[in-house]
Design a protein around this ligand. Structure first.
Ligand code: FAD
Length: 404
């Protein structure tokens, strides 16, 4: 049921196999190593934001939805709020004045996503490695309501109809950019559903839980026949999302290459090694021979392009608010992290000119900035998509073993 990633939206002559090879050999191992470091594993998040859209919203009592926040002793000193505030930009050598300048610049208007207020007493550090994304049992009308609101209310409905047309269809009346937006969300949805199929609760008893690949769950969601052709389209959307996030990583290299940038946790040797690894990863991302041509989607300086950018931002911010309505905390954690990560990727792709100008501007006051939350979510979100692509290979071989 494997289908090629081609077509007008992709603007890329890539096929699935090229991306698979590149991801599984070059990207995935480096990215996993990076994401296990302290800088990337501790994510500060507010999981208690109220749902702004409906009131009949309850907390789910599913045991696998629980999230265990860190105790203060578990978080590296350098990351904790007090020292974090002083070193907020992780640019330890920069002057306070430069930091003030950045604060002025780095306001809401630049973002594609709602970021949690890290100073709120409700925000807590979560160790992502101890709270992995996997099957939780969250499903049924509650989960559908979330996906429905994301698709139906926020995906640039072409006409005001009760049931939206399928935005994937080429005659749906949506412009290329807005169809692209649908594909990003659909790719994210596919990725979440791959993870829950790959880390499914296979067996449970008093002493031990067994997590692993559930091939029939995967087939139910992605097999061409069982899904009447929708499954492969959704997998193509996953590859599309992969290409977009990969492109954003390739573009952001100059920002991280600045000597003043540090992945600060307070452990100097580890921090330096991490920065080296991060740069290696970004150079690999840049070397991908068949990059998606994002200029077709995001470039332009005219009124229409500016309007499109605003539409994207508003819609995306709305989606991040909907995630606050997800009843399952584990799903909310990873949903938030991945939408924030995609928001950071879009911010990068829409800021091409500022990033390109970076080497020519003074290091102490770049016109483009990413907060730690944006950086952590960007890399972890890409880590999820990269793991999904890797998992597809696992499912492929499990399926071929079944056939033999
Ligand atoms: P759903 O996945 O709920 O899909 C609903 C409908 O959307 C489908 O019937 C189909 O018509 C359409 N659809 C499905 N996939 C796509 C796609 N890729 N593109 C376009 N349309 C599609 N569950 C877990 O076990 N672990 C998690 O970590 C987790 N995280 C979640 C995070 C969020 C933000 C949300 C909203 C849900 C999460 N879930 C998680 C639940 C999971 O995504 C499913 O909703 C659930 O497993 C029920 O699946 P379903 O087969 O009923 O269809």
């Amino acid at each position: 049921f494997w289908s090629k990633v081609t077509g007008t939206l992709d603007d890329c002559a890539c096929d699935v196999e090229t991306i698979d090879r590149f991801n599984n050999k070059e990207i995935f191992p480096k990215l996993q190593k990076l994401l296990s470091s302290d800088y990337f594993r501790f994510y500060k998040v507010n999981l208690n934001n109220p749902c702004p859209f409906w009131t009949d919203h309850s907390q789910c009592g599913l045991k696998y939805c629980a999230v265990k926040p860190c105790t203060p002793g578990e978080v590296p000193e350098g990351l904790k709020s007090s020292s974090y505030k002083v070193l907020e930009s992780h640019i330890v050598d920069e002057t306070r004045q430069a930091l003030q300048e950045w604060k002025k610049h780095d306001d809401e208007s630049d973002r594609f996503c709602m970021l949690d207020d890290e100073d709120s007493p409700e925000s807590q550090y979560v160790d992502l490695l101890l709270n992995p994304e996997r099957f939780t049992g969250y499903k049924g009308p509650e989960a559908w309501r979330i996906w429905n609101s994301i698709y139906e209310e926020n995906c640039f409905k072409p006409y005001s109809v009760k049931r939206p047309l399928n935005p994937l269809a080429s005659n749906s009346g949506l412009c290329v950019e807005k169809r692209a937006f649908f594909r990003l969300i659909s790719g994210l949805h596919a990725s979440i559903n791959i993870h829950l199929s790959a880390r499914y609760l296979l067996d449970e008893n008093w002493f031990k839980m067994k997590w692993g690949h559930n091939v029939s769950e995967f087939q139910l969601r992605f097999d061409e026949e069982l899904t009447e052709g929708e499954g492969p389209k959704r997998l193509r959307n996953l590859y599309f999302l992969y290409l977009i996030e990969l492109r954003a990583l390739a573009k952001i290299l100059p920002y991280f290459e600045r000597p003043a940038f540090h992945l600060y946790t307070g452990q100097r040797t580890q921090d330096n090694e991490n920065k080296k690894l991060l740069l290696e990863l970004l150079h690999v991302a840049k070397s991908f021979p068949l990059h998606f041509d994002e200029t077709a989607l995001f470039a332009g300086n005219n009124k229409e392009a500016m309007k499109l950018k605003e539409d994207f931002k508003l819609t995306f911010k709305n989606i991040s608010r909907i995630i606050d309505c997800v009843e399952c905390f584990k799903c909310r954690l990873w949903g938030k992290l991945q939408t924030q990560g995609l928001g950071s990727a879009l911010k990068i792709l829409f800021s091409e000119r500022q990033i390109e100008a970076m080497p020519n501007t003074s290091n102490t006051n770049p016109s483009f900035q990413l907060s730690r939350q944006e950086i952590v979510s960007l890399f972890n979100a890409f880590g999820r998509i990269s793991t999904s692509v890797r998992e597809l290979e696992n499912f492929r071989s499990l399926l071929s073993n079944l056939k033999q």
